[in-house]
Ligand binder design. Sequence first.
Ligand SMILES: Cc1cc2nc3c(=O)[nH]c(=O)nc-3n(C[C@H](O)[C@H](O)[C@H](O)COP(=O)(O)OP(=O)(O)OC[C@H]3O[C@@H](n4cnc5c(N)ncnc54)[C@H](O)[C@@H]3O)c2cc1C
Length: 405
Amino acid sequence: MSSQASDSCDVAVIGGGILGLAVARELGRRDPTASVCVLERESRIGTHQTGHNSGVIHAGVYYVPGSLKARLCVEGAREMYDYCEARGIPSERCGKVIVATEESELERLAELERRGHANGVPGLRRIDADGIAELEPHARGIAGLHSPGTGIADFPAVAQAYAEDVAAAGGTIATGCEVQGVSLNGRALRLSHSHGVTEARNAVFCAGAWADRLAVAAGADPDPRIVPFRGAYLRLRPDRRHLVRSLIYPVPDPSLPFLGVHLTKHIDGQVLVGPTALMAGARDAYKLGRVRRRDLTVTLAWPGTWRMLSRWWRTGVTELRHAALRSAFVHAAARYVPELEVGDVEASFAGVRAQALGRDGKLVDDFVFSHTDRALHVRNAPSPAATSSLAIARHVADEAQRSFA
Ligand SMILES: Cc1cc2nc3c(=O)[nH]c(=O)nc-3n(C[C@H](O)[C@H](O)[C@H](O)COP(=O)(O)OP(=O)(O)OC[C@H]3O[C@@H](n4cnc5c(N)ncnc54)[C@H](O)[C@@H]3O)c2cc1C
């Protein structure tokens, strides 16, 4: 599937994650005569966020009604189940419960219920303590929400299938091809990269954690910057997996775009505990403590970082404890699954969220897309962008049809 980058094409898609591949697939479907090439810097597709996440097909409960996330997640989840079925990719509508353990969380739970209904989340319903125990016998709470339409899928396999669709439609995917420079060259964009140069009539940048860097190189405003947040997981030992039937989530803090430490059955049968949400010193901080000078300098030079830290330092300290102390991490999940003990878990993988942070210090909640000459940029596509990938691809292709010369 990998090939040398072509010298020229109609549309170049930068980034071979689930979004770049979905976008390339959609562009190729709409115009089979257009030459589409994907440029991916790693030696394989889907190695960053696409391959390091919870694997959950979100149903659309959390998102502000009317937002892009709300619409594209609900549409995208439906399409994701259909796509997985059509392509024989493992997925399961296992359902999820969101559990409130304290009176103080009930108002936020009610807000989630309101949002879920406004967003058209299928089958969402309020449950009481008995309802929680019926669905998840080892979970405890005073009230909850049940979302039967939430599920799980093998997102790396989905990305692989998108790549096959791209190739079947005549598109090319060049791996080991890092785009280093972007300039306008008359009626084309000149993309310089590790294989040489590609002249593209237009381009769509889907570079995940590096999205801001490429957008700025193409002439876009640096606001918002990407700040990497490391998300580490533990997993239940095989003999304790019975503590979780499907997916159990706490009631999240609505002012943060993270969902809190949750328990999720993975499509391969493991049960994950996590993830943490710790600001990281590198955009590929898969190892705790990995620092890249360039990444850290950009993060620290961004005024939004300091504004965010002054507001959220307490949350930062909690996340640091979760990252450093396994007992604190497990304690967070034991709030709603009280039988859970430190001895029940073992280390698992980590992912790095590409989270946009505004100059004003706000973590950008919604998906963000922007334009430069001859190019579209996906500037913020954190969770649930894997779920929403087919719907995001349609949205981006609509934009491309409107704006590309
Ligand atoms: C811990 C965690 C848990 C999550 N859980 C869920 C979940 O349960 N459900 C859900 O729907 N979503 C979840 N997400 C979000 C989801 O994984 C992402 O939204 C989605 O994968 C974004 O896809 P992407 O293609 O934009 O990014 P990526 O998969 O990161 O792909 C970006 C690609 O761009 C390439 N690239 C970057 N710079 C260049 C360059 N200069 N030249 C060429 N290529 C370049 C990278 O190598 C990479 O392959 C989670 C994310 C994380 C980190």
